[in-house]
Write a protein that binds this ligand. Structure first.
Ligand code: FES
Length: 152
């Protein structure tokens, strides 16, 4: 069970919803190979959480699929193909994305400039699901094998 599934289970056990007041919205992920996954997502989940709870781990570089503490790494980049049902961009998301594109240091570490953004570029941990109909292209999935150590 994912950490978000645990949250839902705890809410249910504590009588804090249990499912009847949890609002779900449909969302479609377009995976790097072009295949599509339509999922149901709890309202206000971020796209990163929505992917994770459905076994689709978005590549977020050093965080290995998780969310960075300050939302500033910008490694959870996605391309939104249909903005329907997704939260609007806020200043923090714009700043995070622009800083990454400019190659400004993050958490005291230098980093190389990233690819320019398109009008549809969003950050998965900033973008929330607030309604039905979102459609999101995931450019890369996290590959756990890339961090597997050697047996030697
Ligand atoms: S995970 Fe760092 S900005 Fe989204």
């Amino acid at each position: 069970m994912s950490r978000f599934g645990i949250r839902k289970k705890l809410k249910s056990m504590l009588g804090m919803g249990g499912g009847s007041d949890i609002v779900l919205h449909s969302l479609t992920f377009v995976l790097p190979d072009g295949s599509e996954r339509r999922v149901e997502v709890e309202e206000h989940y971020s796209l990163l959480m929505a992917a994770d709870t459905n076994g689709i781990t978005i590549s977020t570089g050093r965080r290995a699929g998780g969310t960075c503490p300050d939302g500033g790494c910008a490694s959870c980049r996605l391309e939104v193909l249909d903005q329907t049902g997704l939260s609007p961009m806020k200043v923090g998301e714009v700043t995070s994305l622009d800083n990454a594109i400019a190659g400004l240091p993050h958490e005291g570490r230098d980093r190389k400039p990233t690819a320019p953004k398109t009008p549809n570029t969003r950050l998965g941990c900033h973008t929330k699901v607030i309604g039905d109909g979102g459609r999101v292209q995931i450019p890369a999935l996290f590959d756990p094998d890339q961090i597997a150590g050697s047996d030697e």
